[in-house]
Design a protein around this ligand. Sequence first.
Ligand SMILES: [Zn+2]
Length: 318
Amino acid sequence: MDSVEVPHVVGRLAPSPTGAQHVGNARTYLIAWLAARSRGGRVILRIEDIDSPRVKPGAAELACADLRWLGLDWDDGPVVQSRRLELYEAALVALRERELVYPCTCSRSDVERAASAPHVENEGPVYPGTCSARRAADAAGLAGVPYAWRFRVPSRPVAFVDGFRGPVELDLREIGGDFVVWKSAGTPAYQLAVVVDDAAQEVTEVVRGDDLVASTPRQLLLYAALGLRPPAFTHVPLVVGPDGRRLAKRHGDTRLAALRAAGVQAPALLGLLAWSCGWIDQPRPVGVRDLLSVYRLQSIPREPFALRPELLRLIGYG
Ligand SMILES: [Zn+2]
């Protein structure tokens, strides 16, 4: 009997419960969901809740409700990061054993004061390497001093092919420098937790907003360091306000919960988002499953989608 190879696609939705999900998040989740489902793939839901001081009570449940309202379903999860700390710890141990990380006792203000290079937007100052002469074993002599673990970045750029943007090359020495994989508070940093989870859940394709493009070279380094196979990465343009700036409170309340409470119907929002992605020629109500056949990643405009008030009024909001 001949067996036909079925493409094995696993995508994921990974809301962070540090706040409510807004229209911009919805557009990215829709793209990520369609990227997997349009090829018969599976979808995993993960709650990225290790950024604990900023995690808001009830936000994870609200994110799940938002996704369900949109009609974006999942096969596995929610996988909750705060219940998986021992897996991240094991990855840190592996990095320490390979001398790929070192203990850093610098505070945020130490780094800001010592950094000479200009900041790249959203990335903060370049870590100047103050503690990079340390070996992993030196952590034992730091009793009582809080320290983070930093990953040594290579002295060459990291290149990858983005599913939307094409070839990307980023030099981490210019964006952030050696990066934190374990915070001084004793919790894993986003970069490490995401790599451990995506590998454990056999995610084959990460589709996310292009504000995270600078995370990808860091994560690729961690995959290589941990001997894990990386997924494909696709970064899509964000939703911005009418002023071209990232969607924020000053642009009005674009939280999905607020839209729901105002009586906006999910198909109306889906239609607006599908139109913004170039999949339908008018922003008319559609169901999420109607989009499976018209989804095309490359028809999404290269520019961010400007969410103007008249577009929200069109779907019955404001
Ligand atoms: Zn340091």
